[in-house]
Design a protein around this ligand. Structure first.
Ligand SMILES: Nc1ncnc2c1ncn2[C@@H]1O[C@H](COP(=O)(O)OP(=O)(O)OP(=O)(O)O)[C@@H](O)[C@H]1O
Length: 223
């Protein structure tokens, strides 16, 4: 059976320095958390999947070339600051009713009317998440998305993502150093180190403790 996202192989170097030599297959409904030290190559992996960096490899979404089926949030994306969140959503998604989509209404509520430029960092992130969840993309990438979110915004993030995975069956890949923010979401957990992805999902599922599973992996590999 074809996976929803199939990174058959992907290699990336900066000059003579190899950064990525990875393969990864994920199904519909998978939430894959990629852990790794600063500089391990997580953002570079996302940039390659989004075709923002040149690289070698074969990547397929539902057995075909990805085209517009992968969308992601990378560092500090900008929407139009003077426009309301609703106007930005309608423009970005090219859909005059985008602000009426239930997931958008649930996530943003009154924020929809507020100018994007006058929002806090966490509120802007919710607008970006709503944009992704209202899109047609089958694969979503969330780079360091959870950083700087307070407890209640994290809960809204988790609930919206949970519902999307269950009802829409997208594939979501996230990175982040704040592991508590991802509580209960991951179906797959990988560590990126020395150009390679290592699957630590089984370790994570033994007691659903991300911090312990990651610390054990690091300890094993630095011994
Ligand atoms: N345009 C570039 N040219 C050369 N080297 C780069 C470029 N972009 C990133 N790098 C290097 O590639 C490596 C991977 O960077 P990347 O940003 O992907 O790491 P990361 O895992 O996302 O780190 P962090 O957790 O700090 O966000 C780093 O050593 C970085 O310095």
């Amino acid at each position: 059976m074809t996976s929803q996202l199939d990174v058959v192989w992907l290699r990336k170097s900066f000059g003579a320095r190899p950064i990525l030599d990875v393969a990864l297959s994920l199904d519909a409904g998978d939430f894959c958390l990629i852990l790794g030290e600063n500089g391990a190559g997580k953002s570079t992996f996302f940039r390659c999947l989004l075709e923002l960096d040149n690289h070698d490899g074969v990547v397929e979404v539902n057995g075909k070339r990805p085209r517009r089926h992968i969308l992601g949030i990378l560092d500090h994306p900008m929407l139009y600051p003077r426009w309301s969140a609703a106007a930005n959503l309608r423009y970005v998604l090219n859909d005059s009713h985008a602000d009426k989509i239930p997931v958008v209404q649930d996530l943003l509520g009154d924020l929809l009317r507020r100018p994007y430029g006058k929002m806090s960092t966490g509120q802007r992130k919710l607008v970006l998440l709503a944009t992704l969840l209202a899109s047609d993309a089958d694969v979503l990438l969330l780079d360091e998305f959870s950083n700087g979110l307070d407890q209640s915004t994290r809960s809204r993030f988790r609930e919206a993502v949970h519902r999307d995975l269950k009802e829409r069956g997208r594939t979501i890949i996230a990175t982040g150093h704040d592991l508590y923010a991802f509580e209960s979401l991951p179906t797959r957990v990988m560590v990126l180190r020395d150009t390679q992805l290592t699957d630590i999902t089984a370790d994570y599922f033994s007691d659903r403790d991300l911090t312990r599973a990651y610390a054990q992996h690091v300890a094993r590999n630095s011994a």
